[in-house]
Design a protein around this ligand. Structure first.
Ligand code: ATP
Ligand code: MG
Length: 425
C-alpha cells in the first residue's frame, strides 16, 4: 500500500467544516482590518529564504525541502510565507502603493521536522503582513487582528510580547550573548558552536535540551534596549491595555527567524489533552513580529513591516481542546425515494430541479430498496423525505414526511422547494 509521507495529513470531509470555519472567520476578520488577499508560488529560489529567513536559522539549516530543478537551479518549498510576500511586494511594485499596505494569505508550509502533536512536515498558515508603518499603533492593530480572530473562534489563548531590539541596540546585546555562551562553548551542540560568532541569538531557540538549559540564564534582549525600542515597547503596552487586550511580557520570546526587530509576540493555547492523565499540552498557535529590515534585505526599498502567522492545524486542535462547537457538514433538506423504474427516472429530474433552485436534495443512485433508502435518508440526516411511485407521478402529488416530527403532509411535487423553505428547512 502507498501511504502519505511522514508528517503530512489528509483532511477528510468530516474535518473540513472546521477548517472552512477558520478560513471564513479569518477572511472576515482580515476584511475588517482592511487586508487584501495575496497568493504566491509553492516554491521559490532557495536564496530568498537563505537571505530572508536567515542562513543560520534552524529553518534554513535543518528544515527546508530544497531541490535542484531540471536546469540545476536550487529551489525550496516555502517553509513560511513572509519572505514570499516580501518578494512579491517588491517584484510587483506594491511598495509604491498607498501605505499602509495590508495583506493576508492562506498557505501550506513545508519543514523537515520531527512530527508530533501540532508539528507536521506540511502544515497550513493564515498569515497577515502590514507594510509601511513603524508605529506602536501598527503593532497594536496587527496583534488586535490575531486577538479578534482567536476570540471569534472561541480559542482561549495567552498573549506574550517582547522586544528583541533594533540594529542600534543589537551590537551591545550580541556582545553580552557571545561572552555568556563562550563560557559554555564546549557544551553547545555543533550547530550552535558554529553560530556562536555568526549569529549567537539563534542559540536561544535551539531545540537541543543542553543548549536550551544553557540559554535559560543568557542575557535578555529587554535589558539591552535603546531608548527608541524601550519607548516603542512602552507605547505598545499602553495601547494594548487601553483596548483591553490582555498580555504578559515574556523576555524569553526570541522567535526563530532572523528578520525580526523590536516587537515579537506569540499566542499560546492548549492544543491537546491527554485522556488518561488530563495533562494539557500548550503550543504557540500564532506568532509574529516586526521586521523593519527585511524588505531591504531582499533587495527592495526601505519599508518597515509587521506580521504574524497562525498555524491552522494548531487552531483546529485548539478549538477542539477549548471545547468550541465544531461545525458539521450540511445535511440534505429533502430525500426523494422512488419506488419502481419510472419513479426512479422521475426522481432524477425532481432532484436536478430542486438543486437548480438551490435546495440540497438527494435521491437514490445506488439501486437500493425502498426500505434501505429510508434508512440511508435517516443516516445522512435528511430533513424531509418524499416517496414517489407510479401513482405520485401520475397525480403530481405526494406525501412529504418531516423526519424529526414524523408529521406527514400531502403536497404537490412541483411545490417541494417552496414548502420546504416555508418550513424553514
Ligand atoms: P515552533 O516554535 O512551534 O517550532 P516556529 O517559531 O517555528 O514554531 P513560526 O515559523 O513562527 O513557528 O510559524 C508560525 C506558526 O506556524 C507557529 O506559531 C505555529 O502555529 C505554526 N507552525 C510552525 N511550525 C509548524 C509545524 N511544523 N507544524 C504545524 N504548525 C507549525
Ligand atoms: Mg519551528
Amino acid at each position: 500500500m502507498i501511504i502519505k509521507p511522514r508528517g503530512t495529513s489528509d483532511i477528510l470531509p468530516k474535518d473540513t467544516p472546521v477548517w472552512r470555519k477558520i478560513e471564513e472567520t479569518a477572511r472576515e476578520v482580515a476584511g475588517l482590518y482592511g487586508c487584501g488577499e495575496i497568493r504566491f508560488p509553492t516554491f521559490e529560489s532557495t536564496e530568498l529564504f537563505a537571505r530572508g529567513v536567515g542562513d543560520t536559522t534552524d529553518v534554513v539549516q535543518k528544515e527546508m525541502y530544497t531541490f535542484l530543478d531540471k536546469d540545476g537551479r536550487s529551489m525550496t518549498l516555502r517553509p513560511e510565507g513572509t519572505a514570499c510576500v516580501v518578494r512579491s511586494v517588491i517584484e510587483n511594485g506594491l511598495s509604491g502603493e498607498a501605505m499602509p499596505l495590508k495583506l493576508y494569505y492562506f498557505t501550506s508550509c513545508f519543514r523537515y521536522e520531527k512530527p508530533a502533536a501540532g508539528r507536521y512536515r506540511e502544515f497550513y498558515q493564515f498569515g497577515v503582513e502590514l507594510f509601511g508603518a513603524e508605529t506602536p499603533a501598527s503593532d497594536m492593530q496587527t496583534i488586535a487582528l490575531a486577538d479578534t480572530l482567536l476570540k471569534r473562534l472561541k480559542i482561549k489563548a495567552d498573549l506574550k510580547i517582547n522586544s528583541i531590539g533594533c540594529k542600534g541596540c543589537r551590537p551591545k546585546y550580541r556582545e553580552a550573548l557571545v561572552s555568556y555562551f563562550k563560557q559554555y562553548e564546549n557544551e553547545l551542540c555543533d550547530t550552535c558552536r558554529g553560530r556562536l560568532l555568526t549569529n549567537p541569538m539563534r542559540i536561544l531557540d535551539c531545540k537541543s535540551p543542553i543548549c536550551g538549559k544553557i540559554a535559560e540564564n543568557a542575557p535578555k534582549t529587554i535589558d539591552y534596549l535603546c531608548e527608541d525600542c524601550t519607548s516603542h515597547m512602552e507605547n505598545l503596552k499602553m495601547l494594548l491595555s487601553d483596548a483591553g487586550i490582555g498580555y504578559e511580557v515574556d523576555p524569553g520570546i526570541v522567535r526563530g527567524l532572523d528578520y525580526y526587530t523590536k516587537t515579537v509576540f506569540e499566542f499560546i493555547a492548549p492544543i491537546d489533552k491527554d485522556e488518561k492523565t488530563g495533562e494539557i499540552k500548550y503550543l504557540t498557535i500564532c506568532a509574529g513580529g516586526r521586521y523593519d529590515g527585511l524588505v531591504e534585505e531582499i533587495g527592495g526599498p526601505r519599508l518597515p513591516g509587521i506580521g504574524f502567522a497562525a498555524g491552522m492545524d494548531r487552531l483546529v486542535a485548539a478549538m477542539k481542546t477549548s471545547g468550541t462547537e465544531i461545525p458539521s457538514n450540511i445535511a440534505p433538506a429533502v430525500y426523494i425515494a422512488p419506488l419502481g423504474e419510472a419513479a426512479a427516472k422521475a426522481a432524477q429530474k425532481i432532484v436536478y430541479d430542486l438543486r437548480s433552485k438551490g435546495v440540497y436534495a438527494e435521491c437514490d443512485v445506488v439501486g437500493r430498496s425502498l426500505k434501505s433508502q429510508m434508512k440511508y435518508a435517516d443516516k445522512i440526516g435528511a430533513g424531509y423525505t418524499v416517496i414517489i411511485g407510479d401513482n405520485e407521478i401520475e397525480t403530481g402529488r405526494a406525501v412529504l414526511k418531516n423526519m424529526k416530527t414524523s408529521e406527514q403532509t400531502e403536497i404537490k411535487l412541483d411545490e417541494i422547494d417552496t414548502i420546504i423553505s416555508k418550513r424553514g428547512q
